[in-house]
Ligand binder design. Sequence first.
Ligand SMILES: Nc1ncnc2c1ncn2[C@@H]1O[C@H](COP(=O)(O)OP(=O)(O)OP(=O)(O)O)[C@@H](O)[C@H]1O
Length: 619
Amino acid sequence: MLSDSTARDRTIARARLRFLENQDPPAPIVPESIRNSWQRSKYLGIRPDEVVVPYQPDYDRESRLVRAATPVLDRLERALAGSDACVIVTDRKGWVRDRRVGEKRLSAHLDRVHLAPGFNYAEQFVGTNGIGVALEERRPNVVLGTEHFNERLQSVSCAAAPIRNSVTGRVEGAMNLTCWNGPARNLMAALVQEAVGDIERVMYEFTSSHQRALLEAFQQVTHYGDRPVLCLGQDLVLANSAASAWLTGDDHRLLHEAAAESGHAPRVRTEVRLTGGQTVLMRCRQVDSSAGAAGYLLELAFPEHPGSGEDCPATGSRSRSRSRGERDASLPWPLPGLAGTDPAWNTVSRTASHCARERTPLLLHGEPGTGKTALARAAHALTGAASAPVVVDALAPHPPASDTTPGTGTDLPADLSDALRAAPAGPGRALVLRNIDAVPAGRAPAVARALDAAAAQGTWIVGIMGTLHHAAVVPEPVRRCFTEAAAVPALRHRLADLPALVDCLLRRVGADLECAPEVLPLLRRHDWPGNVRQLNHVLSRAAAGRRTYRIEPRDLPPSLHSTVGRSLSAWEASERDTLVQALLAADGNKLLAAQRLGISRTTIYRKMRAYGITLPPRR
Ligand SMILES: Nc1ncnc2c1ncn2[C@@H]1O[C@H](COP(=O)(O)OP(=O)(O)OP(=O)(O)O)[C@@H](O)[C@H]1O
């Protein structure tokens, strides 16, 4: 008679074969986390019979993770000597960083399946395996023999768990225990969990005294005043909002180097040129903890920036800053929460900042979704104002009849000018009127009076046109309220900003998210009629539907995999989407996609050409 575990193995093995051979989801007998992982592995087109994994022999053997894991692995290695078990530590992307094996036969087997230092065992390469599932689901798991997606791994069982930084909660890597099939699942899981706890404790000891010292120094300085402050440790960056608005990750590295070279004399100010060309004055001191030097505390001043307070000689000097801006539009003008260094974007950012600071009424125009409202908000925030702008929409109180839903209109002020007058006014306030070109000519005088009254009380007023039209389409009395006008560039005219925009928008969705390198070229060839707003939608949807820790080309909507020089009919668009989806599901295999769609290979090639469909190269 078969033992319970052998019978179970066989049932799972049969379920796996059935799942691989047909379209049905895996049988319910398979544990849920394994079922999900099988589905992901199949979708990714991972081969079930061969282990093909990337290899990078050059890695940091002195990383904090490796140093923290070493004493724990040394202890386990002694305890496991001669046994048929192996312990492995990987980094958070699945790269194997250390391996200790109890006996030679297992070691040889693991070498054959590339479960060795330098190889990557993420789920996206190997399919269902202990390390891959622990990193993908960010929780402990056990994968027994036949539960592995790849048949070459089925003679072993693995228990794995993520290793976290206990201060930040971030997953730093994974700990894995692999044995020949047979031992008890619970025992393996408990052993791994204990080892993970030990590694996390050592990591905590390494970092916590440094981090505590940095945090204390940072809090002391930022408690008083709002000048830009940055604290740089080995693996920690602390920035207040005044600093984070101006600095990129590259700037952090640059300032770290400058701090290390400066001799960190607290009274001396050093001028540093940032990656975008702007200069910053830096005052630096070293922060020490009981475990040694923890990092640097930097107090910053941006000499040419209107927001950097008493340290800035040019503050408030409109003509001086203006002429500099006019001389060199390539200098970035970072605004809090917004991305981009394209010259046209720099120019409009600079204009909006000056206008906000000097409360010069500003008319912004540009295509929908280019960031006009966001720009007004950010420029206002930059003045240090405590309250956000009040945004009034000229279209809202008078929705077209077809848009009218119960309640619409009755909750809104009876008249646009009433809405403008109701907004709190005074210095430090901003009033944004969207769709200003939709103000009916008959109401223009009343609207103009309301805007002028707000401006007279010290409110910064901004008019926003949701079209490309020139300011001449704004009724004359309203137009006269504005002394400055600026155009916000369309995204397709500032595609060099795509990487920065993608980074910025992804950060809003989730800190840990990144894009595969093949994604940017696909984004770059689209013409983005809905501008940054459309890009934001695409990325948010891709992030919600992604299957791994990063956004891959297959997570993008079908329209981004095709380029056609004309607009498609609804029927054509749906045919194009069906083709792209079938090709992605078949991992770019045109014959398979054609078979599944019930069309010939010639037809699929013809239609791919007609719709300009190109897919990333097959893995
Ligand atoms: N440079 C930028 N960096 C980051 N996000 C941006 C940028 N520009 C625009 N966005 C984002 O794009 C979205 C649309 O921006 P916004 O509403 O300001 O556009 P708009 O030009 O005012 O559009 P509309 O004219 O249609 O009202 C917002 O989520 C905004 O935060």
